[in-house]
Write a protein that binds this ligand. Structure first.
Ligand code: PNS
Length: 164
């Protein structure tokens, strides 16, 4: 039986930290489905379709990305996990400060769907401080995004912000 893992997140936008977690996940599971949460209560810079397209562009030409698919969902994550037959959720934990929120989320998901487990992965040390919100802050003030996000994402962010 194939072991499918779901890697959920806002990915607004995807960063080098997310890509590092994703590559690690491909070594552990037969298939990894990156799923963009489209939550209408959150003010996202990019639409769900735009975030999916940016992630797909980032994965193009990567030999480790063969067993990765990208989609989006609205609603409860565990319902999406069941729908796509994923038995594992992947979350990246960068620092201890992430842990409390991640722990609560994992336990909530476990209560809602006991058959779905959460696996925490650590990114490489060089990515432990990168977050999508800091990337947006740097982009807003026209800072250099080279070490935070791939080129296509940096360009899309700069375009988005200049359109505003
Ligand atoms: O990248 P993020 O914003 O930390 O990802 C959080 C996300 C999208 C995984 C989480 O908010 C989520 O699963 N939202 C969907 C709604 C849901 O299932 N909530 C219950 C779990 S607490």
């Amino acid at each position: 039986m194939k072991h499918i893992a779901l890697y959920p997140g806002s990915f607004d936008p995807i960063t080098f930290g997310h890509l590092d977690i994703l590559e690690r996940a491909t070594n552990l599971f037969d298939k990894v489905l990156v799923t963009v949460a489209v939550n209408h209560r959150k003010n996202a810079v990019f639409s769900g379709d735009e975030r999916v397209a940016l992630i797909k562009e980032c994965l193009q030409g990567k030999d480790w990305a063969e067993n990765i698919e990208v989609d989006q969902f609205t609603g409860l994550l565990v319902n999406h996990a069941k729908k796509v037959k994923a038995s594992t959720l992947i979350r990246g934990v960068r620092q201890i400060s992430d842990f409390e929120y991640e722990f609560r989320m994992a336990l909530t998901n476990k209560r809602l769907a006991p058959e779905v487990d959460t696996v925490f992965l650590m990114p490489d040390e060089e990515f432990t401080f990168i977050s999508a919100s800091l990337v947006k802050e740097v982009a807003y003030w026209r800072g250099d995004l080279t070490s935070f996000v791939p080129k296509n994402v940096a360009e899309a962010l700069q375009k988005k912000l200049s359109d505003k």
